[in-house]
Design a protein around this ligand. Structure first.
Ligand code: AP5
Ligand code: ZN
Length: 216
């Protein structure tokens, strides 16, 4: 089963994708996490991607595609993938269809996590991320046990560079222009499920899990 998770920046895609992957035995593919990993390593791809990410712009499709293909083929013994932050453009959606078709698969369900703009800004404003293991916290709603320290690996938590207010605004604008049209695309195919993204992460997860089961 292959699941696409759609939603604005800060909707909770990463938080929920990790849970979906664990519950449904799926590989979690977050292009944002993969890109941040490349930036952290200082690889050529990371250096090229960094300037786009800092501005809240999309990284060019071909750079993202390379990483996606490698990660997709690393999947072994799992029931499929949960795509978090991919696709973000029509061209990416077409590429994903082609890659999955080669494997005899398709997007079984695209879940749209609906969260209003003011909630998104509040969520991103309070987010703290672990640069080592990728765990995500929120100062108010999901604080770590020890201030500023990752519960999982003990690293110092950071504010993501693109979580500054002006960059958040740009990411939202890019989302509206390039990614929102994908709702129509997946809606037209009859595989779109809309899930309200408000409430506690547990409440949201129960709704999402129902939508995913319905898409099987
Ligand atoms: P990416 O990392 O994918 O960023 P994004 O889509 O903007 O999503 P976020 O990671 O900001 O948010 P999220 O929805 O995962 O929310 P989270 O679970 O963290 O991409 C970053 C950049 O990389 C892009 O701008 C672009 O430059 C580039 N990029 C990535 N993919 C690309 C692609 N395919 N093509 C081109 N470029 C690409 O939650 C947010 C906060 O809310 C957290 O603090 C969390 O604890 C909290 N929270 C979560 N759920 C709840 C809840 N129910 N109630 C209260 N708080 C909650
Ligand atoms: Zn950590």
């Amino acid at each position: 089963m292959d699941v696409v998770l759609l939603g604005p920046p800060g909707a909770g895609k990463g938080t929920q994708a990790k849970r979906l992957a664990a519950t449904f035995n799926l590989l979690h593919i977050s292009t944002g996490d993969l890109l941040r990993e490349e930036v952290g390593k200082g690889s050529e791809l990371g250096q090229q991607a960094a300037s786009y990410m800092q501005k809240g712009e999309l990284v060019p499709d071909d750079l993202v595609a390379k990483m996606l293909v490698t990660r997709l083929h690393s999947q072994q013994g799992l029931a499929g993938c949960v795509f978090d932050g991919y696709p973000r453009t029509r061209a990416q959606a077409e590429l994903l269809d082609g890659l999955l078709a080669e494997l005899g698969r398709r997007v079984d369900v695209a879940v749209y996590l609906e969260v209003p703009d003011d909630e998104v800004v509040a969520r991103l404003g309070g987010r703290r991320s672990c640069p080592s293991c990728g765990a995500v916290y929120h100062l108010r709603t999901q604080p770590p046990a020890r201030d500023g320290v990752c519960d999982v690996c003990g690293s110092q938590l950071v504010v993501r560079e693109d979580d500054k207010e002006e960059v958040i605004r740009q990411r939202l604008a890019v989302y509206r222009t390039h990614t929102e049209p994908l709702l129509e695309l997946y809606g037209g195919r009859g595989v779109l499920a809309r899930v309200p993204g408000q409430g506690t992460p547990e409440e949201v997860f129960l709704r999402l899990a129902d939508a995913v089961r319905g898409g099987r």
